[in-house]
Design a protein around this ligand. Structure first.
Ligand SMILES: *Cc1c(COP(=O)(O)O)cnc(C)c1O
Length: 375
């Protein structure tokens, strides 16, 4: 995409994405399939561009959260298999079929609806069964006293006509946490998942070709969970490996210095008068605010990077601008580039300041910020 105004933009490094893909692949057994999670516009990186790259590099599957996201990819020419992780209303079954999309089946009632509608349309809908093993969100109940009922519901789902069950999966709640309690929870979820699969295979004769459960956290911390396919999102975008895989942040959010002014000590800066200069201050106004994706909660609690140096952000972050103290950085001038987060300014500093996680910051980069792809 063009970047004519050079105001605020997000540089997306295609080489970094490709590097990350191969770095993750390198820790997988050779036969393990790779599903790239590209929901939420590929965590803000641009779903079509990221999917084109993954398709070219040889990934096996993509996942999105909803039908519209899947259609964007099909319209953009993506031909590889796409799994929809969320719910699709039964009236869109024809769209699923026409676009060769794989839908998640989250309970028997929905499987029955899809079966009937696919039959009416004369097609066969491809599904992956989702088990709720402890996330308590979508999926067939199967924990604790629900185990036998879960088995029955899956057996009945699999007996329905006009459906092809290509896969079965579950999702971990705390696989990114390494404390013993969290790891025990993940192991219990995994044991339930594999226990259900074993029961279905050994006693019911139902075998799913693709069994998958590993999100980024599990890829990093639970090698026993890789199974037939992994489903990393965050790792692809360069985070969540604690440096172990040498991943590179794929997005660099950049803005520019619009104006520099010198204030006397005792000058209030920005809305709410929350910052007062303590010294003669060379204050820069930068062209990014919360309408670009900077969390307002991080006001006065973070720093950005200008020409190799950190500069503190001062005062309340406004909609379209915020201020940075350039007093100790004479080289910074009007027009200087400011890295808000990226390879030089760790996104975790910003997400900690905003009491959130890198995922949310990546997804929060708004539409008016052009994505500029670096080849
Ligand atoms: C978002 C999502 C993922 C990817 O999670 P990461 O933590 O980014 O790796 C995997 N599976 C499901 C079901 C998801 O919703």
């Amino acid at each position: 995409m063009e970047n004519p105004s050079k105001r605020t933009w997000a540089e997306i490094s295609l080489p970094a994405l490709s590097h990350n893909y191969h770095a993750i692949r390198a820790v997988l057994p050779p036969e393990c399939r790779f599903l790239g999670v590209v929901k939420a516009d590929a965590y803000g990186h641009g779903a079509l561009r990221v999917s084109e790259l993954l398709q070219r590099e040889g990934a096996d599957y993509l996942a999105v959260s909803c039908l519209d996201e899947a259609l964007e990819l099909r319209r953009g020419g993506i031909t590889m298999p796409i799994l929809i992780l969320g719910h699709t209303p039964v009236e869109y079954t024809s769209v699923l079929l026409e676009n060769r999309l794989t839908q998640t089946a989250t309970c028997l009632a929905k499987a029955e609806e899809y079966s009937e509608e696919a039959g009416r349309l004369g097609g066969v809908l491809k599904l992956h069964i989702k088990l709720d093993t402890g996330m308590s969100r979508l999926g067939y109940l199967c924990a604790g006293s629900y185990f036998d009922e879960g088995v029955r519901n899956i057996v009945r789902s699999c007996a329905l006509p006009n459906l092809e069950y290509e896969g079965i999966y579950t999702h971990f709640a705390v696989s990114d946490e390494t404390d013993p309690e969290s790891q025990a929870y993940t192991k219990a979820q995994f044991a339930l998942f594999t226990g259900m699969i074993r029961r279905l295979e050994e006693q019911e004769g139902i075998r799913f070709p693709i069994r998958h459960c590993a999100n980024s956290g599990a890829v990093m911390h639970n090698p026993e969970c890789l199974l037939d396919m992994v489903r990393p999102g965050l790792l692809l975008y360069g985070y969540g490996d604690d440096g172990k895989l040498g991943l590179q942040p794929a997005m660099r959010l950049v803005t520019t210095v619009s104006t520099i002014k010198i204030y006397e000590p005792g000058t209030f800066v920005s809305y709410g008068r929350r910052f007062e200069t303590k010294r003669t201050t060379r204050m820069g106004v930068i062209a990014a605010g919360y309408a670009d994706g900077l969390p307002r909660l991080s006001s006065g609690k973070c720093s950005y990077r200008v020409a190799g140096r950190s500069v503190p952000q001062c005062g309340t972050i406004c909609m379209d601008m915020c201020m940075v103290d350039l007093t100790d950085h004479e080289k910074a001038e009007v027009g200087s580039e400011v890295e808000l987060f990226g390879p030089e300014n760790d996104i975790h500093m910003l997400s900690d300041a905003a009491q959130t996680i890198p995922y949310e910051l990546l997804c929060s980069v708004t539409k008016r910020v052009p994505r500029v792809y670096i080849e």
